[in-house]
Design a protein around this ligand. Structure first.
Ligand SMILES: [Zn+2]
Length: 190
């Protein structure tokens, strides 16, 4: 299952130039979807357009967020025989912070293994200087905290870092990121 984080009312992180996280997340997830499809994986997308997954858009923003996250969790836990890969971008107050980092769920023993494969492939294929290590998600990462299947969040990079933001905005780099995640998933299954 490929989760393009945020969408619609929820833009996610916003860069200084106005770039919104949700749009880059969606692009990377779509590329990932295509690659996995070529390999006969049956991929479920939590969203394919610029929308949230909330039940009712007339709710307050806070209640839309709650509805959205509950619906995504419901979807995750309705597929027993699957893995959950969530695409996000990071933001930090220090503008030098850069590089992808994978977070994994504590609930399934394979989550860490999956996270490790994806992190390794991103580093070896497109981020050779990235020294970040994978981390277990905390309670604040709701979907990881509650997912029953192997689950990871891929923070693909920092939109608060100017150079990394420029890369992340480019379709070519988005494809490379998707390809790296895809190779990590293939390694996981092999
Ligand atoms: Zn995010």
């Amino acid at each position: 299952m490929a989760n393009s984080a945020h969408g619609g009312f929820d833009g996610g992180a916003v860069a200084s130039d106005g770039t919104v996280e949700k749009d880059i997340n969606l692009n990377i997830t779509k590329y990932l979807y295509s690659l996995l499809g070529l390999n006969d994986f049956n991929v479920i997308m939590t969203r394919t357009t610029d929308t949230g997954t909330e039940d009712d858009s007339n709710l307050s923003i806070q209640n839309r967020k709650i509805s959205d996250i509950h619906n995504r969790l419901k979807l995750i836990n309705s597929y027993d025989n699957s893995i959950f890969v969530s695409i996000h971008l990071n933001k930090f107050t220090t503008s030098t912070a850069n590089g992808a980092q994978v977070f994994y769920s504590k609930n399934h023993p394979n989550s860490k293994f999956l996270g490790d494969k994806i992190q390794k492939l991103i580093v070896s294929l497109i981020q050779n200087n990235n020294n970040r290590v994978i981390k277990q998600g905390t309670k604040s990462t709701y979907l990881l905290h509650n997912a029953k299947i192997p689950a990871v969040i891929v923070e693909c990079g920092f939109i608060s870092n100017k150079q990394e933001l420029e890369r992340l905005k480019k379709p070519e780099y988005q494809k490379q990121m998707a390809y790296s995640i895809y190779c990590g998933i293939l390694n996981y299954y092999n």
